[in-house]
Design a protein around this ligand. Structure first.
Ligand code: 0O2
Length: 211
């Protein structure tokens, strides 16, 4: 297929840029009001062409219709401190008027076989271009810092082993996912104590902008 990939990906680049600003804006608004933000930090990326082609082949997707069939060409990640914050963030996203949620996948209640936990929200986001409006799909992943730590490490190991983990490593990864979840549960138990401490001492208070 002879696709001008740069042109195809342009609206996705714009969408990720805009959504990063908007989602980081939520955090700033909380801080301005002297409140603790449910959002710790936000990252975003556009899936590179090579990964789009590889994933399409693996999943048997039609590359001609990849904009409709692949939901995470534009990907945003919202990291939170506590599992409870995930629900708060989901409710904030549901109230927004600048995009439409079309699907939610709860991999926290229903963790993946690998041990992966995260909450995925798929949105339709309108991008304004010089050729008119283009509505694209984007995936927002919401997870705790512990879930993110695990997923980042497992993802890099995945590259090394191409998804075919030796049995022992697979078992260890499954075990570390549970340990990470226990950490989240323990932190939730002392949440009030931590939140109170952060009201007194906010490590980010001095920096004006924190991405
Ligand atoms: P990258 O490099 O992050 O872009 P399905 O698996 O069929 O239910 P699908 O289309 O894979 O559906 O979507 P899903 O489940 O929402 O997962 C897409 C993304 O979630 C992945 O993107 C990862 O970012 C993350 N993810 C899902 N499962 C795992 C996992 O077991 N481990 C880790 N580390 N991340 C996971 P990509 O395209 O795989 O990769």
């Amino acid at each position: 297929m002879n696709r001008d990939w740069e042109k195809f990906l342009d609206p996705y680049v714009q969408a990720v840029g805009e959504l990063k600003v908007k989602l980081r804006g939520i955090r700033k608004q909380y801080r301005k009001q002297g409140e603790i933000s449910p959002i710790e930090f936000v990252t975003g990326r556009v899936k590179p062409k090579e990964s789009i082609v590889k994933k399409s082949q693996l999943r048997g997707l039609n590359i001609e219709r990849v904009d409709e069939e692949m939901q995470d060409i534009a990907g945003l990640r919202i990291m939170v401190q506590f599992v409870e914050d995930i629900q708060t963030v989901i409710e904030l996203l549901r109230k927004r008027k600048d995009f439409k949620i079309i699907q939610e996948r709860d991999y926290i209640t229903n963790k993946k076989k690998s041990g992966y936990r995260s909450y995925h929200v798929v949105i339709e986001y309108p991008v304004q271009t010089v050729y008119g409006e283009k509505v694209i799909l984007a995936e927002i992943q919401i997870r705790t810092l512990a879930m993110n730590f695990w997923a980042t490490i497992e993802h890099s190991l995945n590259y090394k082993y191409n998804g075919e983990f030796p049995e022992e490593l697979k078992n260890r990864l499954a075990r570390t996912a549970e340990i990470a979840y226990m950490l989240d549960e323990e932190m939730s138990e002392i949440r009030e104590e931590i939140v109170e401490a952060q009201r007194i001492y906010d490590p980010y208070n001095k920096s004006e902008i924190r991405d």
